[in-house]
Design a binder for this molecule. Sequence first.
Ligand SMILES: *[C@@H]1O[C@H](CO)[C@@H](O)[C@H](O)[C@H]1NC(C)=O
Ligand SMILES: *[C@@H]1O[C@H](CO)[C@@H](O)[C@H](O)[C@H]1NC(C)=O
Length: 367
Amino acid sequence: MTMVAREMKLQWIVLALFMVLSKWHHCAAVDQLVPCYFIFGDSLADNGNNNNLQTLAKVDYAPYGVDFRYGPTGRFCNGRTIVDIIAEILGFHNYIPPFATAQEADILSGLNYASGAAGIRDETGQELGQRIPLNKQLRNHQITVSRLIEIIGNDESTALYLSKCLYSVGMGSNDYINNYFLPQYYPSSHEYTLEQFTGLLVDQYKQQLRTLYDYGARKIAVFGLGQLGCTPDAIQTYGTHGSACVVIMNNASQLFNSRLKPVVDQLNEDLTDAKFIYIDFYGISGDNGFEVDNIGCCQVAEGGLCNPDKPPCPNRTEYVFWDSFHPTDAYNVFLAERSYSASNDLDAYPFDIRNLVSLNQGVAASK
Ligand SMILES: *[C@@H]1O[C@H](CO)[C@@H](O)[C@H](O)[C@H]1NC(C)=O
Ligand SMILES: *[C@@H]1O[C@H](CO)[C@@H](O)[C@H](O)[C@H]1NC(C)=O
């Protein structure tokens, strides 16, 4: 074969490969609204990252997963978590796999770094054992980004790819439940007022969200705190003194959320090629129409997680809570649908996940 012929053959191969790749890419784009979804969070999003840690905050046993296709996986739920349902809505054919056990091939469509008992602060949740705090989740993501650069081949294409992904971050619940409101284990409530502690927490969170931006995130949904004072555990542990819920814990949620919303504004102002949105789980959980909203469906052991030996309630779609902390699959569907497609201006700010993923951020970034 002459030099020219060989070169032409090579060009043909390259062209054919390019056509296959672009066709594949085109198909993927039609099916899925984003090419990738990266998840940061606590037990509301954990899908198995804690299974091999030494911790009381793991649930890889029945009746967890009783309504899930894959049985008990480490999800703190009878079925799907909020982020599972968001992934379904976005058109992913598989749930986003946990970082702990992910394969090299999984990286391109995103990973889930969430860990039960984890917090914004590193010490949060330590009374339960090992966990992966948000700082460590971000370092794990940094490892993922390095691998992506190797797979994709160059920094610029990787940056463009990462800018098209959806990112969701839901943190802060444990910094209250498994830190500030446990004075027997943590000094935080002796050292700080609720306002001071919340200020520190939100400042640190803001830095962490900036770090996520530094690793290439451009479409970021931040989940606010739900009504921490309305979990069956809070009601049972602290009492409600005539209210429906534990007032001081709901105050903590509201305080945190009211500080977080301006942070979202400021990040959008400072980082103009990114978009952050805030999801108001507190408000969304208000009028939910569920029959039972103050007791969990399964019979819990001490610590508020389901007892492995006991059967759960049969009518799980009527319950908000699965165990003493975590929502049922049915309630997660309600939360995920309102996050994706807001029913009113307060659900999502400045707009919902549907609008976030439709932004042409990647194209803007490549100019
Ligand atoms: C909760 O917040 C309300 C409104 O700001 C306040 O009046 C009340 O004293 C707070 N309650 C507790 C227990 O902190
Ligand atoms: C759910 O099932 C339990 C057990 O059968 C029953 O006692 C309860 O009333 C049911 N709850 C609702 C809201 O229907």
